[in-house]
Design a protein around this ligand. Structure first.
Ligand SMILES: Nc1ncnc2c1ncn2[C@@H]1O[C@H](COP(=O)(O)OP(=O)(O)OP(=O)(O)O)[C@@H](O)[C@H]1O
Ligand SMILES: [Mg+2]
Length: 568
């Protein structure tokens, strides 16, 4: 049961009251800079090898990011690029290698994937720790770890490492974490899984590292058939279909339309649902005995969940990208469509179509086109560089330092600086408080959605309390016992945002342990949020189908463990 999930986890001690920058170097470079002792770097490494002349160093020169990782540069890594379409066994083969290695790390793009891999390795009697921004679970004797890519450790040595969905190094927001893992993980064997579109870029980037690269191409295990006829009417929806759309409002509208037909109940999966709720919805859909036999989902299904989908149906081929409505790209269409016909499910093939006939030409042409070659990988200045740069501009706030740094950064052709809009938004809020640069950087890289009002208020309050007292008690900001099952879409959205704020508290508690002491309370409240959202999804928002038995609804308190019940 999810409610007790967090409580059962054994929390790893993560280092007293030190600030741990989850997606940063573990501050070793910072101290090396501070005390001028970066003598361990090999001769090839630039620019820090000449530390004593630090005044001459141009800290905004990001043209040689491979030199930021001396540990990896000391290795002659054997890199395997596993590339092919979705459902072709890329991850499967890389994980087989990881399982048989003496030590290793799996770096995935989502918490769901890290959970799945940790579970898989532990089941195969390979003890494996789990480490994400918000969870740390230690298994006795573990020499393996499953982590979210932001948590990849570039200061340890591994025999084997896997970076999944490596094409995400081209992602405009998170790309830098994949680039960092690619350049920085010190493993004898490094397995990269992803789209064939990454091959030339990875080969080019690794040309200067001295690593050896081997490419292995994969074919889809089961055929994917683009249908010539559109869905047309919702009466043609059948068991194991997945309807894809891109807004939350549309997801609930489609769910209602399909359920009103009286033949199906729909599970839903979309990005802002808590990860554990997404897993639960996916499990209900996968369960052949469950009444929830149709899935309505956003592109959040593109990665990470193993779903028994026989047919993908695009309700639209357009997506709002934050600025305007645009056509889906070839890689997006392929990634989503490829979820149909998973190897190991009961279907002999996958099928894909659209609701509307007009959308079929784009679907068919995209499935027949190769994904455009990835040209550049994302970068973000590390804390060390920002710190050194800030010392040259001691009067500037963090926002100005960041802005100035970004304006002056020099890059080589293989890299781009990721979109720092969220970072800058957070920096402008955080600059209001008397905090050190390291603390400001930490708040800025935290997983906060500054476009979500409740989330940004949460971050502001956490930073304010932290700056004033050095201690942030959850009860001063949030009253346990006030959470309720949402009755409307807007209440649901609010609960999703509260979940994000609690998640942020947990994230901060792993990095500022003494100042955020209520991790357990935040985790239990998160679990309650998820359950209340699930209760909404099971009970509200649609009419009971005529001919089906409705699942028995348990009250949220009866689902709770005694430890959690006290918080309601
Ligand atoms: N040789 C195999 N034997 C048994 N199961 C396999 C084999 N290859 C793949 N599978 C299973 O097929 C499914 C798809 O494989 P996998 O997840 O490795 O594909 P992928 O190419 O990584 O896809 P994606 O691009 O979607 O991540 C998984 O459930 C996996 O366990
Ligand atoms: Mg995979």
């Amino acid at each position: 049961m999810m409610a007790s999930y967090f409580l059962r986890r054994k929390i790893l001690n993560c280092g007293g009251s030190r600030i741990l920058l989850g997606n940063e170097e573990p501050l070793h470079l910072y101290f090396q800079f501070k005390f001028g002792c970066l003598g361990t770097a090999s001769d090839k490494i630039r620019p820090y090898s000449s530390f004593n002349s630090s005044a001459k160093i141009n800290f905004t020169d990001l043209t040689c990011p491979h030199t930021w990782y001396p540990q990896a540069r000391r290795k002659h890594r054997k890199v395997f690029l596993h590339v092919g379409p979705t459902n072709s066994g890329k991850t499967y083969h890389a994980l087989k290698r990881l399982e048989s290695s003496s030590s290793g790390v799996y770096c995935g793009p989502l918490r769901l994937l890290a959970w799945e891999v940790a579970e898989r390795l532990n089941k195969a009697k390979v003890p494996c720790d789990l480490l994400t921004g918000q969870e740390r679970e230690e298994v006795e004797g573990a020499k393996h770890k499953a982590v979210t890519v932001e948590m990849a450790d570039v200061a340890s040595n591994y025999s084997c490492a896997v970076i999944d969905e490596i094409q995400m190094m081209g992602c405009n927001t998170r790309g830098y974490s994949f680039t960092r893992a690619l350049l920085g993980i010190a493993a004898d064997e490094l397995h990269l899984c992803g789209d064939p579109a990454v091959v030339p870029l990875v080969q080019d980037i690794l040309r200067v590292t001295g690593d050896e690269v081997e490419v292995q191409f994969y074919e889809r295990k089961l055929p994917l058939v683009p249908l010539k006829v559109p869905l047309g009417s919702f009466s043609n929806v059948r068991k194991s279909d997945c309807i894809v759309t891109f807004s939350r409002r549309e997801i609930y509208k489609l769910k209602k339309q399909i359920e009103n037909g009286g033949k199906h109940l729909c599970s839903v999966v979309y990005g802002s649902l808590p990860p554990e709720t997404r897993t639960k919805q996916a499990t209900m859909f996968n369960d052949a005995g469950s009444d929830f036999d149709v899935l309505v989902a956003s592109d959040a299904i593109g990665m990470g969940l193993n779903l028994n989908i026989s047919r993908i149906i695009f309700s639209t081929m357009k997506k709002f990208d934050g600025v305007l409505m645009r056509d889906l790209t070839v890689p997006e269409i392929k990634q989503i469509a490829g979820r149909a016909g998973r190897y190991g499910s009961k279907f002999p093939r996958g099928e894909v179509t659209c609701i509307h006939e007009d959308d079929l030409p784009l679907l068919h042409s995209s499935l027949n086109s190769p994904s455009p070659t990835l040209e550049r990988a994302g970068l973000l200045p590390t804390f060390d560089l920002m710190y050194m740069y800030s010392r040259l501009h001691p009067k500037k706030g963090f926002y100005q330092i960041l802005e100035h740094f970004l304006d002056n950064a020099k890059l080589s052709a293989n890299y781009f600086i990721v979109n720092c809009e969220q970072l800058l938004k957070t920096a402008s809020v955080i600059d209001e408080f008397p905090l050190g640069l390291r603390e400001k950087y930490l708040f800025c890289i935290s997983p906060v959605d500054m476009d979500d009002e409740i989330s940004s208020q949460g971050l502001t309050q956490f930073a304010e309390h932290y700056a004033k007292k050095g201690l942030v008690r959850l009860r001063e900001i949030f009253t346990p016992g006030t959470l309720k099952v949402p009755k409307t879409q807007s209440e649901l959205k609010e609960l999703e945002s509260i979940h994000k704020v609690l998640d942020l508290y947990v994230w901060l508690s792993f990095r500022l342990e003494d100042s955020f002491p209520d991790r357990e309370l935040a985790s239990s409240q998160k679990a309650i949020c998820s359950m209340l959202i699930e209760e909404f999804l099971e009970r509200f928002g649609w009419q009971k189908p005529k001919s089906r038995r409705f699942p028995v609804l348990k009250t949220s308190s009866s689902l709770l463990s005694p430890e959690l019940r006290q918080y309601l």
